[in-house]
Design a protein around this ligand. Structure first.
Ligand code: A3P
Length: 320
């Protein structure tokens, strides 16, 4: 009922007002809830998602920190899963932004006033999340659904987010003007869906404990060998490429379709606005370079942040 919905909304609003808060790079607040910093446009959706989402065994969940290759992973996974439905020349990716084909739980599906009706969606359903593993609804962790996590060098992730945040259009708030302003906070883990190390460690450990259920990918590895990465992704999803498909060049077709140069230049991604994030679609495509951080971070900032990350990841077997 709409009364019930209003009550739910007021209840969450009241709750959020009591959370610790800091300034995000876009100038808007971040809210701290159970160990995670959520951007203002995602906090209500994140709580609602945690409370209400019911997983199905066939679901595929794409997880990441923001600016780690989420858009790319969405395009790749959508293409792998639907390769028998659409040929690359008639892929919906040519006319629809990746974020509309695979929608975010927190800032999109669960951020509306009404709970989304997801039961009607054809299986396998593909969703995406920036939430930490530990905070995922129990039903995801208990079900047979597959989780693919993508991470990225923390310095590149940070610099990518800085540029992204400056393109937001928000009422009454101004983005931070330099990367120095806000850097101290990032070193404390205060950034959108931070701390960085908690996000990566949660999925890293889960991928070691349940490799059939959680696949851990690195942006840099995809950049280095997309064919190998696509095969790994398809095998993990139990949709391996057949020998015939390999011979016919299906893997190359998918990697070309989803490549940065191809997606970035499509009309649909050059124009239009992604309402849920409050940013033009084009902001999801910037440079896509490995090591681009060196244009924005001083060597001492980089060293300082990397040292913190290294300390946090020590002993985990994960490094950047
Ligand atoms: P840069 O800002 O370094 O260019 P996300 O998709 O998680 O928001 O991450 C965005 C980053 O991925 C941006 O990095 C963006 O340019 C890059 N990116 C977007 N689409 C890509 C693609 N198809 N292939 C490789 N990188 C891509």
């Amino acid at each position: 009922s709409s009364n019930g919905e209003r009550e739910l909304k007021d209840e969450i609003q009241g709750l959020v007002a009591s959370f610790p808060s800091e300034k995000n790079w876009d100038g808007a607040p971040l809210y701290f809830y159970k160990g995670v910093w959520y951007p203002v446009f995602a906090i209500r959706g994140a709580l609602s998602f945690q409370q209400h989402f019911i997983a199905q065994d066939t679901d595929i969940i794409l997880a990441s920190m923001p600016k780690s290759g989420t858009t790319w992973l969405k395009a790749l996974t959508f293409s792998v899963v639907n390769r028998n439905i659409y040929s690359p020349k008639e892929s919906p990716l040519l006319t629809t932004p990746p974020h509309e084909l695979v929608r975010f739980f927190e800032m999109d599906l669960y951020s509306k006033n009404q709970l989304p009706d997801l039961k009607q969606l054809p299986s396998p359903r593909i969703f995406s999340s920036h939430s930490h593993y530990r905070t995922l609804p129990q039903s995801i962790r208990d079900s047979g659904c597959k989780i693919v996590y993508i991470c990225r060098n923390p310095l590149d992730q940070l610099v990518s987010y800085f540029h992204f945040a400056r393109k937001f259009k928000r009422e009454n708030v101004k983005p931070l003007s330099s990367i120095d302003e806000g850097f101290d906070n990032v070193c404390l883990g205060i950034q959108s869906y931070g701390p960085f190390w908690d996000s990566v460690l949660g999925y890293w450990k889960a991928s070691l404990e349940r490799p059939d259920k959680v696949l851990f990918l690195k942006y840099e590895d995809l950049k280095e060998d997309i064919t190998f990465s696509l095969k790994k992704l398809a095998e993990f999803l139990v949709l391996p490429f057949s020998e015939k498909e390999e011979k016919e060049g299906v893997i190359e077709e998918i990697s070309k379709l989803c490549s940065f140069d191809n997606l970035k230049d499509l009309e649909v991604n050059r124009t239009g606005f992604f309402e849920s994030a409050g940013a033009p679609n084009s902001t999801f495509f910037r440079k896509a370079k490995v090591g681009d951080w060196c244009n924005d971070l001083s060597p001492s900032m980089a060293e300082c942040f990397l040292k913190i990350v290294e300390e946090k990841l020590a002993g985990s077997g994960l490094s950047f």
